[in-house]
Design a protein around this ligand. Structure first.
Ligand SMILES: C[S@@+](CC[C@H](N)C(=O)[O-])C[C@H]1O[C@@H](n2cnc3c(N)ncnc32)[C@H](O)[C@@H]1O
Length: 590
């Protein structure tokens, strides 16, 4: 081993169940290290021992399959690995005991590093930033109060770093085994359909590289938040004002968490006093007219007493939020409460029909839960900032259209994005309607204007286009839809969808710098079922069509990477009967 080279063993997180994620983890390591890495299997502990690793005795590995990766690395890579890794829980290392390497290790945050000299060699372990961040949210969710969050996190990290996870109380050991770890860094501020898994967004950023990133379909801002904590400045664009508000709220929490902790306490007190009827006479006299916020298309569906109750709760909460800037993170917590109260499931027939589930819990109680979670999430983030010294890079989010980006040509290094789904295949043609209540409550759109705004979105069934110069498979699909009486209603909208996607790809090409890369994440294929029997009638290789559209837009298609997604997370991705794959269409501007 030369002076600056170390051996590293990357232990994957236990809760990685899908092989696609393991594959992505391997690719990420390869692109971060610029070399191949050697898989280490759970059942093959000898490999670990033969390399004379000093691993904790009770280390918990993934059950079956690849448990980690082994490789050599430059000592100077350590800091980058700490900030960038997505899928690793711990990194073990062996290195010559030199001052240079000791100095590099001392640059990592002390709370997450163990280092000692054994038989003349330096052995060490560190927990990457993303693993600690994921744990911090699990701890925050489970804590009874904000004050408990910090103490629990310190305790957890100390036990891991001192190789004594078995000394942890059961509650904290559960944190390490938690399956749902997607809410950290305020990703969990607002429910959002079809959002990235944060780890994946981070991996895509690593695959693409670059020092500025754009997400032209920013949604709830997952890629931008991950870029920010990796130190990459980013720009997010979305046509939907609520998505912009959610992303801005998350960015503002990352940048100034302290501003909001006090405000949460104030709002909680105000709500309590309003609950006890202690609001000022002026406030009490303001009773908004019914339907002042209910979107037109919902008035027919929701019983009037429920609407009255919801509108009263919203008015009550908005009174308590007075004085805060509009669309503050606390307003976004209200939007989340409304999005949870009304759950839509669009039937996907193209006529806007949907089933609606109304949660019995009152909006003001869901909002109160959201505030107490937010307070704990802020404390967790403040702890993470102190312990790691993370300094989030700026996030700029603006409302705009991916088909005509408000950006200069050749101003962006890398694009990581996921456009809306094709309207042909699912109930996704009414993206905006499921958010409509929250948008009207926050004053982002008038109750009667939801349909007009929806028509602007890529993927809307209201958009139409003849088939002209689309790729052959797209033309075949649209023609088949035209000939099918149950699907013809969405045929022209599907043609328009493909044309819009190509427009967005042209814009990506325009704003990318030469050799800039783009991870364009789409459904691998769409399966069409007979409505009643669920028999498969057609399979469309969507990612291949998107790749062809990218070529038409002048981009070079480097690779299609297929990744299976976990289906139990029905919030993140649509349900389907079969395994569900997404494809990263990896593009480059030449
Ligand atoms: C699949 S979601 C993106 C989710 C995002 N990756 C996340 O993690 O939250 C697609 C987004 O595209 C947005 N969108 C639809 N049409 C658009 C357009 N013409 N320009 C910009 N954004 C658009 C939708 O509002 C939606 O937020």
């Amino acid at each position: 081993m030369s002076r600056d080279v170390l051996m590293l063993l990357f232990k994957l997180r236990n809760n990685i169940v899908l092989e696609g994620d393991v594959g992505l983890a391997e690719r990420e390591l390869q692109s971060l290290l610029g070399q191949a890495v050697q898989p280490v299997y759970t059942d093959d502990m000898k490999q670990w021992e033969s390399a004379q690793w000093v691993l904790p005795k009770d280390i918990e590995l993934r059950r079956g399959g690849v448990a980690g990766y082994l490789c050599t690395a430059e000592a100077a890579d350590l800091t980058r690995l700490f900030w960038r890794l997505s899928f690793c829980e711990q990194v073990f290392g062996v290195a010559p005991n030199t001052e240079y390497i000791r100095e590099l290790l001392s640059r990592l945050p002390a709370s997450f590093v163990r280092c000692r000299v054994i038989r003349g060699r330096l052995t060490f372990m560190f927990v990457p930033f993303s693993a600690v961040a994921e744990w911090s949210d699990v701890v925050a969710r489970r804590a009874r109060s904000p004050s408990e969050v910090e103490a629990s996190l310190d305790y957890l990290c100390k036990a891991i770093v001192s190789e004594q996870p078995t000394t942890l109380p059961q509650t904290l050991r559960g944190v390490l085994a938690a399956k749902q770890t997607t809410g950290h860094l305020f990703h969990g501020l607002h429910v959002y359909k079809a959002k990235f898994f944060p780890r994946m967004a981070r991996a895509f950023l690593n695959l693409c590289g670059g020092t500025t990133v754009l997400d032209p379909f920013a949604g709830s801002g997952t890629a931008l938040i991950e870029a920010s904590v990796m130190g990459i400045p980013s720009v997010g664009i979305d046509i939907d004002p609520l998505s912009v508000a959610i992303t801005q709220a998350k960015a503002s929490l990352l940048a100034n968490p302290g501003d909001y902790l006090e405000k949460i306490g104030e709002v909680q007190r105000r709500i309590e006093s309003l609950d006890k009827g202690q609001g000022s006479l002026f406030e009490m006299a303001e009773t908004p007219a019914l339907y002042s916020i209910t979107p037109a298309f919902l008035r027919r569906r929701v019983p009037e007493p429920i609407l009255r109750e919801v509108e009263a709760d919203v008015a009550h909460i908005l009174r308590a939020l007075r004085g805060l800037p509009s669309c503050s993170p606390l307003h976004v917590a209200l939007s989340d409460a409304l999005s949870r109260k009304f759950k839509f499931r669009f039937l996907g027939l193209g006529y806007g029909r949907f089933s609606l589930t109304i949660l019995p819990r009152r909006v003001r109680l869901i909002f109160a839960d959201n505030l107490s979670y937010l307070a704990k999430a802020i404390v967790a983030w403040q702890w993470l900032r102190r312990r790691t010294g993370v300094s989030p890079a700026p996030i700029q989010t603006v409302r705009g259209d991916a088909r005509s980006l408000p950006l200069e040509a050749q101003s962006i290094d890398c694009v990581v994005t996921s456009p809306p789904y094709m309207p042909a295949s699912s109930g996704r043609e009414n993206y905006l309607k499921s958010k409509a209540y929250a948008m009207t409550a926050l004053g982002l759109v008038a109750p009667d204007s939801v349909d007009a705004l929806e028509a602007e979105l890529i993927g809307s069934v209201q958009r139409t286009e003849p088939i002209n110069d689309l790729p052959a498979d797209a033309v075949k699909l649209v023609e088949w839809m035209q000939s099918d009486p149950t699907r013809c209603v969405k045929a022209a909208a599907t043609a328009r969808y493909f044309a819009d996607i190509r427009e967005s790809l042209r814009e990506i090409r325009r704003v990318l710098k030469p050799n800039g890369k783009c991870a364009y994440v789409v459904a691998q294929r769409h399966v069409f079922y007979r409505y009643k029997s669920r028999e498969v009638v057609r399979v469309v290789e969507n990612a291949d069509i998107i790749a062809e559209l990218a070529r038409q837009a002048g981009l070079e298609v480097q690779e299609l990477i297929h990744v299976e997604l976990q289906k139990q997370n029905t919030i993140a991705r649509p349900r389907s009967l079969d395994a569900y794959y997404e494809t990263i269409v990896l593009l480059e501007k030449r």
